[in-house]
Each structure stands twice: as structure tokens, then as C-alpha cells.
Write a protein that binds this ligand. Structure first.
Ligand code: FAD
Length: 308
């Protein structure tokens, strides 16, 4: 119930103005977001690299219906990738892109614009030795996102995508995306989805996550295990070992600010550990989805407001 309300609020303009108007919100948001500027993203990338953690950087923003805004997002990624290159941080780095931030929802030719814009980001990544992963948004965008992924991979075979285990279709998508070179970031899923398309209970979602992991680990691609759940992490480690995978052919991923000690532990044990680091001004939707994931995060947020 609370999760559904927070996810509904994540898409409400009215709630957004209310939450953003509270001055103390920003300092609480800082736990999950690197900062507003490119320099903040680069600083956090350097800090994480110091203890062996890799990065995927997300320039915050989503659901744009403004072509100029979509182009500005592309420029932000280009600036970021150039900065990572100049700082010697680009090799092995990744950027995460929401297609709805680069034009997917534009009223005319949205998909074409998103494809062209994503292509520009891929070219900038290619130039500095980084990779791109397409985030997955609500289920109405899955087919479009996977279609754009196919187009991009024809030119840049290293482009990856997120699949969400809560969707009933995802086992089949995992099968289709488990071929050589295919980078799949498997997460549970963070949006409010109807029963027809998505498992609703945690136990059903967890079981689906494990079924998907089995397919990806047994396949020929590069599985990226995006979860903070200790059970999923332990099962993924076992499946990877059973499949003879080393730290070079699968990885663990977590969100910035969540379970950092576990991130360091996994990296310290020789695993490839990547942290998803969002930065920029458009933090509202991202932040609300984090609150929805865990009541403790909401308590942390409210306590933070109360003590400011
Ligand atoms: P859960 O079952 O939610 O949690 C299990 C345990 O993990 C909890 O008991 C707690 O110990 C810990 N934990 C989980 N979440 C939190 C938290 N917020 N704060 C503190 N502890 C926590 N979703 C999408 O829909 N599309 C995407 O493109 C997408 N990309 C992602 C990329 C990465 C790298 C990651 C890590 C997640 C991404 N997600 C995405 C979010 C994902 O779908 C889940 O909503 C989120 O990761 C929580 O699920 P979980 O697997 O961690 O397990």
C-alpha cells in the first residue's frame, strides 16, 4: 500500500513541487545522489575506484516530452564521458541511459529520436573506452527499449540493457538475450505494474529472479547481478561458480548509498562490483522509487527532515 502510494507520488507533479520545496530534502537526497554537476559524478567515480569499485553513471532525468531537453541530456552524457576520459577514469566505466530522457516519449517520432540520441551517447562512450547500458522503465516501454537495444548492438555490440524479474515476460527475454557478448543487468523492478504483466509478491519476484539468473549464468552473455538482496547475491555467486564463470565474465551491481560495506566486501573478495551512481538536478523520480523500496529509507528521510 505504502509502496503503491510512493510510486504514484513519484509520477505526480504536485507531490514533486511539495517535496522539492522542503529545503532540507536536498541533504537527505545526497545519500543516494552524487550531486548536481559533472564534477560531482567524476569525484564519486574517483572515490569508488580507490577501493576497487567500478561505476555506471546516470544523468538523472526521465519522461521528457521536450526535444531540446532530450538533446541537453545527450550533451550532458558527452560532457561526462569526455571528463571521465580526461581524468583517466573511462576505461571499464559505464553510463546508464533512460530512453525516456532522450526522447522516447516525444509525440512525433519519439522512438527514432531516442535511437539517434542513444547512438550519439554510444559514440561518445566508444571514443573513450566506456560502455552504455539502457535502463528499463515501466512495462509499456519494454518492447521499444529492446528494439532500440537491437539496433544499437548492430553497431556497438557491447551495449547492455536492464531486465526486470518482476515482469512475467522476463524469463523469455533472458533466453533471447543470453547469447555471446550480451550484457544483461538483471534487477527485480522498481515501478508500479499491474498483475497481468508482473508478479506482485516478493516471494514470486524472488523466484523469478532466480529463474532468470539461472538462464543468464548458463548462457554465453555477461550477466550483471543488480540487487542488494543477500539471498540473490549468494545464489548468483553459486550459479556463477557452477557455470565456471570468473570475475571477468559476470558482475555484481548496487545503487550508490545502499549497502556500501557489502559493496566493499564483494570488491575486496575479487568480484567485479559496479555502483550505479546518479547525478544531476532531476532526482525526484529516482529518489521516490528508493523510498518506495524500503520503509526504512522513508523513516531515514522523515528523520532527516525532522532534525534539520
Ligand atoms: P529487495 O527485495 O528490494 O531488497 C532486499 C534487501 O536488500 C533488503 O531487505 C535490504 O536489506 C536491501 N535493500 C534493498 N533496497 C534497499 C534500499 N533502497 N535501501 C536500503 N537497503 C535496501 N529498477 C528498474 O525498474 N529499472 C532499472 O533500470 C533499474 N536499474 C537498476 C540498476 C542497479 C544497478 C540496481 C542495483 C537496481 C536497479 N533497479 C532498477 C532497482 C531494482 O529494480 C530494485 O527496485 C532495487 O534494486 C531493490 O531490489 P533488491 O534486488 O535490492 O531487493
Amino acid at each position: 500500500m505504502l509502496r503503491a502510494s510512493l510510486l504514484a507520488a513519484a509520477r505526480s507533479r504536485r507531490m514533486r513541487s511539495l517535496v522539492e520545496a522542503v529545503p532540507a530534502t536536498r541533504s537527505v537526497v545526497r545519500r543516494f545522489v552524487a550531486g548536481a554537476e559533472t564534477a560531482d559524478a567524476v569525484r564519486v567515480a574517483r572515490e569508488l575506484a580507490a577501493d576497487g569499485r567500478r561505476i555506471t553513471l546516470d544523468h538523472l532525468g526521465e519522461d521528457t516530452t521536450d526535444a531540446a531537453q532530450a538533446s541537453a541530456t545527450v550533451r550532458a552524457y558527452e560532457t561526462l564521458l569526455n571528463a571521465l576520459g580526461a581524468e583517466g577514469l573511462a576505461t571499464g566505466a559505464d553510463v546508464s541511459v533512460k530512453l525516456s530522457a532522450v526522447g522516447q516519449f516525444l509525440p512525433s517520432n519519439g522512438e527514432d529520436v531516442a535511437l539517434e540520441n542513444a547512438r550519439k551517447i554510444c559514440a561518445a562512450a566508444d571514443a573513450v573506452g566506456a560502455t552504455v547500458t539502457l535502463d528499463m522503465e515501466d512495462h509499456t516501454t519494454t518492447d521499444s527499449t529492446l528494439g532500440i537495444l537491437r539496433e544499437l548492438r548492430a553497431e556497438y555490440p557491447w551495449v547492455g540493457a536492464v531486465l526486470q524479474a518482476y515482469l512475467r515476460r522476463t524469463e523469455q527475454d533472458c533466453r533471447e538475450l543470453s547469447g555471446p557478448g550480451s550484457r544483461v543487468r538483471l534487477c527485480k523492478g522498481a515501478y508500479a505494474e499491474p498483475e497481468e504483466v508482473a508478479y506482485q509478491g516478493k516471494s514470486e519476484v524472488d523466484k523469478s529472479y532466480v529463474r532468470c539468473l539461472r538462464i543468464l549464468m548458463a548462457g554465453k552473455g555477461y550477466p550483471m547481478v543488480a540487487s542488494h538482496d543477500p539471498r540473490m547475491i549468494a545464489i548468483a555467486a553459486k550459479l556463477a561458480a557452477d557455470a565456471g564463470r570468473t570475475a571477468e565474465d559476470h558482475e555484481f551491481q548496487m545503487l550508490y548509498g545502499i549497502r556500501p560495506e557489502e559493496q566493499r566486501r564483494l570488491a575486496g573478495e575479487g568480484n567485479t562490483m559496479r555502483v550505479y551512481v546518479p547525478y544531476g538536478d532531476e532526482w525526484y523520480g529516482y529518489f521516490m522509487r528508493r523510498l518506495a523500496e524500503r520503509p526504512a529509507n522513508l523513516t531515514f528521510f522523515l528523520r532527516g527532515l525532522a532534525t534539520k
